[in-house]
Design a protein around this ligand. Structure first.
Ligand code: OGA
Ligand code: MN
Length: 291
């Protein structure tokens, strides 16, 4: 049995050297964590926004849920993905499968094999989730990488006039389609951003834990800045998105089986590359609520 001091010493936080992201080594997510370990991880998460825990392929879904719960209440999986495969009935309700693998011609999970465009999760809700943990169980030999972007850095580096221009402006976040472009159950197809259905959030928000300002863009499709003409809104959003998704604000996760990646959804964007449909990718996800 390690003492607390020894346990902290064994955790290593290794920054990616990019705009966000760090590896956490020297920790086994199948074991209960001490308060000191949780604090170390929480601080590293706040500083690096996305954490990768390598070599966790041995953990069970219950371990993943237990680990995720240290950082907040867990959301239930969305009903849309639940409907996809009846194999889901056997999954704990807080586990979402992200996969292109099919069973009996039906996808086991969400997002397929195509590109998932830049987005933050579920910002079309009034209170979007705080974050998520994604564990790689099977990965394709190439493709399917996940890119993350730092929205503190994106805000900080905006030209002063643009910062002033967006202060006080709010944007509607489209709920109708997921990041893979699929129309969600119960939504009508809409191509006029002025008709978009979804929550409205300020373009600049203060981070719940640190109070630091970050850009909140959500997703580009059907976004609309309230109070502007459609043309002005489109032009301003194009400018903000081009700025925020520059490579210098990003870090790319090239998956190895057993990697668990945890992101702060309130101050980052992510996107996933497509991959060869004849290969398998299987990920398990927990989502941490902002409560
Ligand atoms: C998600 C997501 C990307 C990936 O689970 O919210 O966007 O790499 N996943 O599977
Ligand atoms: Mn996502």
């Amino acid at each position: 049995m390690l003492t607390t001091a020894e346990a902290i010493r064994t955790i290593q936080v290794i920054p990616s050297g990019k705009a966000l992201g760090a590896d956490i080594r020297g920790i086994d997510l199948a074991q209960p964590l001490s308060e000191a370990q949780i604090t170390t991880i929480r601080e590293a998460w706040q500083q690096h926004l996305v954490l990768r825990f390598p070599n966790q392929n041995h953990i069970t879904m219950a371990h993943q849920s237990a680990f995720s719960s240290y950082f907040g209440a867990l959301d239930k999986r969305p009903t849309a993905s639940y409907a996809m495969s009846k194999e889901h009935d056997e999954l704990p309700s807080e586990i979402t499968v992200i996969s292109n693998v099919q069973i009996g011609g039906k996808p086991m999970g969400a997002l397929g094999d195509g590109e998932a465009v830049w987005h933050a999760d579920m910002t079309y809700n009034e209170i979007p989730p705080k974050g998520a943990c994604l564990l790689a169980k099977e990965v394709p030999p190439t493709g399917g990488n996940t890119h993350f972007a730092n929205m503190f850095a994106a805000y900080e580096t905006l030209p002063t006039d643009l910062k002033k221009r967006i202060q006080g402006l709010s944007c509607v976040h489209d709920a109708s389609r997921n990041s893979a472009g699929e129309l969600r159950l119960g939504f009508v197809d809409n191509t006029d951003p002025r008709q978009t259905v979804g929550a409205v959030h300020p373009l600049v928000v203060a981070h719940a834990q640190t109070g630091l300002p970050c850009l909140m863009l959500g997703r580009r499709r059907n976004a609309y800045i309230k109070g502007l003409s459609l043309e002005e809104s489109e032009a301003l959003l194009d400018q903000l998105w081009a700025h925020a998704t520059q490579e210098r604000f990003t870090w790319t996760q090239v998956w190895t089986v057993g990697d668990m990646v945890m992101w702060d959804n309130s101050c980052t964007l992510h996107k996933r590359d497509s991959f060869d449909p004849s290969t398998r990718r299987l990920m398990l996800r927990t989502q941490i609520a902002s409560r």
